[in-house]
Design a protein around this ligand. Structure first.
Ligand SMILES: Cc1cc2nc3c(=O)[nH]c(=O)nc-3n(C[C@H](O)[C@H](O)[C@H](O)COP(=O)(O)OP(=O)(O)OC[C@H]3O[C@@H](n4cnc5c(N)ncnc54)[C@H](O)[C@@H]3O)c2cc1C
Length: 430
């Protein structure tokens, strides 16, 4: 039986490991103290509770993610309204509404006052087909038409999906998301999130599964270099040992782009990054939301700093994407400003308003949250195959056709498995 060494225990590496474990001997090397990478939970000392490094929103149109969860028996660890509803608030205009997509492909929701974006015109919807037809050079802003459909839906969708400003973000990548979601109808757009934490949904079940398949997971183990000979990887080095590879053995490199570029001679990858900031506020009693906020468990905001707010039992968490623009803001100022916006948006939708003063809070800035999803960076993304016969690449930064997402990471793990000649569920696998 061949032995596959997987370097990197983020969701791309875990996806590859889970796929391979029934077919090969697997060893996974993770530099950090636990797996999960950029999608992980941890106990925060300051807030004295478990939080996620950042809120992650999934949509029902994420086939590889749901397959991964089903394989691990972990689908039940997600929560969501079970229908395509998105409560919104416009901080500039003091206006709240709920987007209620119709489930089928025919977008009846565009016609109803209570279902569509307030103030939009039907002409603006043309932007969706412009995005889906966009060429590789086009930016999102080139495809949008001025109006509230753009300002209140497509711009926030773009900035959260691409984590890049619309003037620089790739229209092709956003067009791919539109094709898989809005164009397929509301049933492809149901929002889902981890009910108790990212690790509980994506990592712990994978660890259990890998253990049951006798796969080896080595946390706290950084791979520092690889040795190559005759067009193959022949060994990998960790600080404590050299692992020699047999003739049938292979490697999947599932580390972030700059690490992979440092380990694989001649490899190029994305080299510009965007940050995401998450503000976590500790609550001393659970909120009691009403109406659509209660149904959805989250809300989108436009016109302010906060972009998405997620209601957890003990914590209110807010996401700010493309956050390089706030690099100069002091954390306290960000936390105060966001808290003021939360008062404005949430108080009318809660049985009891939020506490006046900012509660204990924590701002986490993931400086390299994703590669910058610009047309230039998109061109730098390599496929899974490399110049070395027994080495494949995985990671959200490889050429998945998607921006940096959980779906892209999980898909990339499957593609890497296929590139090495193993069985895989990826429909387009090589
Ligand atoms: C704050 C935030 C919010 C996000 N929100 C969303 C969202 O709402 N929806 C969504 O779909 N996606 C979201 N994403 C993106 C998503 O988290 C990523 O696309 C995905 O987790 C990337 O997984 P990966 O395995 O490709 O990379 P990573 O998670 O970066 O995994 C790489 C792993 O390799 C390890 N490693 C590095 N060097 C070595 C080495 N030399 N040896 C061994 N191990 C090594 C790292 O420690 C890491 O665990 C968000 C990301 C962030 C940061």
């Amino acid at each position: 039986m061949s032995h596959v060494h997987i370097i990197g225990g983020g969701l791309a590496g875990l996806s590859a490991a889970v796929e391979l474990a029934p077919q090969a001997q697997v060893t996974l090397y993770e530099a950090g103290p636990a797996c999960g990478g950029r999608a992980r939970s941890f106990h925060d000392k300051a807030l004295d509770t478990v939080i996620d490094n950042g809120n992650h929103l999934l949509l029902s149109a994420n086939p590889y993610t749901f397959r991964y969860l089903d394989l691990l028996g972990a689908r039940e660890t997600l929560r969501g309204p079970g229908k395509p509803i998105f409560p919104w608030y416009d901080v500039e205009k003091y206006l709240s509404w709920t987007l209620r997509l119709s489930s089928g492909r025919i977008p009846f929701w565009l016609l109803g006052r209570g279902t569509r974006v307030p103030g939009m015109t039907l002409k603006e919807v043309m932007a969706l087909s412009r995005l889906m037809k966009a060429d590789e050079q086009a930016c999102v802003a080139d495809c949008l038409l001025p109006g509230e459909f753009s300002r209140r839906l497509l711009e926030p969708l773009a900035i959260s999906a691409l984590n890049t400003d619309i003037k620089r973000g790739s229209a092709r990548l956003l067009g791919n998301i539109v094709r898989q979601t809005l164009a397929k109808g509301g049933s492809a757009c149901c929002p889902w999130m981890a009910a108790h934490g990212l690790s509980e949904s994506f990592v712990t079940p994978a660890m259990r599964y890998l253990e049951s398949c006798h796969a080896e997971v080595l946390t706290g183990t950084r791979v520092s270099s690889l040795r190559y000979e005759g067009g193959r990887v022949i060994a990998l080095e960790t600080p404590s040992r050299t692992v020699a590879l047999g003739a049938e053995d292979a490697v999947i490199m599932a580390v972030p782009s700059p690490v992979a570029v440092g380990l694989v001679p001649g490899l190029e990858g994305p080299d510009e990054f965007e940050s995401i900031a998450n503000a976590h506020y500790r609550l001393h009693q659970p909120l009691q939301p009403r109406g659509a906020l209660r149904e959805a468990g989250f809300m989108g905001l436009v016109g302010g700093v906060a972009e998405w707010v997620f209601l957890h039992d003990e914590v209110l968490s807010v996401t700010v994407s493309a956050a390089n623009r706030y690099a100069d803001w002091r954390n306290e100022d960000m936390l105060e400003r966001i808290w003021a916006e939360l008062h404005q948006a949430l108080d009318p939708l809660l049985e009891y308003p939020l506490p006046e003063a900012v509660p204990e809070a924590r701002l986490i800035r993931e400086k390299r949250a994703t590669f910058a999803a610009t047309p230039e960076q998109d061109k730098k993304r390599p496929g899974a195959r490399t110049a070395y016969a027994n080495l494949a690449l995985a990671g959200d930064w490889t050429d998945t056709g998607l921006p940096s997402t959980i779906e892209g990471a999980i898909q990339s793990g499957l593609v890497a498995v296929g590139a090495l000649g193993f069985r895989t569920a990826f429909a387009g696998a090589e």
